[in-house]
Design a protein around this ligand. Sequence first.
Ligand code: ADP
Ligand code: ADP
Length: 232
Amino acid sequence: MISLQQVSKRYALREGDFEAVKSVTLDIAEREIHGIIGESGAGKSTLLRMMNVLEPPDEGKVMVNGADLTQMSEIQLREARRSIGMIFQQFNLLHNRTVSGNVATPLELAGIPKKERALRVAECLRFVGLLDKADQYPAQLSGGQKQRVAIARALANHPRVLLCDEPTSSLDPKTTVEILEVLRHINETLGVTIAIVTHEMDVVKRICHTVSVMENGSITDTFALQGRSRDS
Ligand code: ADP
Ligand code: ADP
């Protein structure tokens, strides 16, 4: 489903190039929840952002849904990204738009007609349990509710893949568990493949089927969690 083949990323710094991701190969199977764990600065976020070419790799291939994203034109890439949702630690909501407005944004960009858009917004908000907050603004919501809005927005275009960058790192332990259960529900009921970057082993243990450990730009270990592998 997601296949990174020898991807590398260098950042140009004043003192010379810094290689944040060093020739990483990683395969994530369809319907899998894959965790990428490691310390701050290990290159996890850069690796995740290469999965939708938000960060173009300097070398290597990025295959998602069978197509190589690094070979696409901007127009093709924009189309391909509709099937790849993404959520972030800081939620990245638009503060001047309502909850519905935030969820509607990717549908507007995709040119979905107004009637269909309203149906999809309602469907996604119902899925995350926030239909009653449709007309509120992000500032009126708790952290957990904001992340639910971000998840609803990421689901709006019915993606096959969901990329999560430290999705619970701004949340308290109880809210963390609630958000992880929403992600598990998305995986189990919608069949969405999920990649999660985190520095917390608890996150990985709770919902991941497989895990990669990242250190200094490389994956040093990949393993299945006992009883969680999709093949078992
Ligand atoms: P992690 O998500 O594991 O904390 P990142 O992928 O965010 O790691 O960063 C990996 C390394 O690359 C860090 O040393 C970071 O400082 C560096 N880095 C990340 N983004 C940039 C950038 N845009 N410019 C320069 N260096 C960057
Ligand atoms: P904003 O002020 O944030 O721009 P709008 O009222 O323009 O919000 O709504 C944005 C989008 O959300 C529109 O596409 C609309 O169809 C949809 N929408 C608005 N209210 C609801 C609702 N209660 N349920 C479902 N969809 C809604």
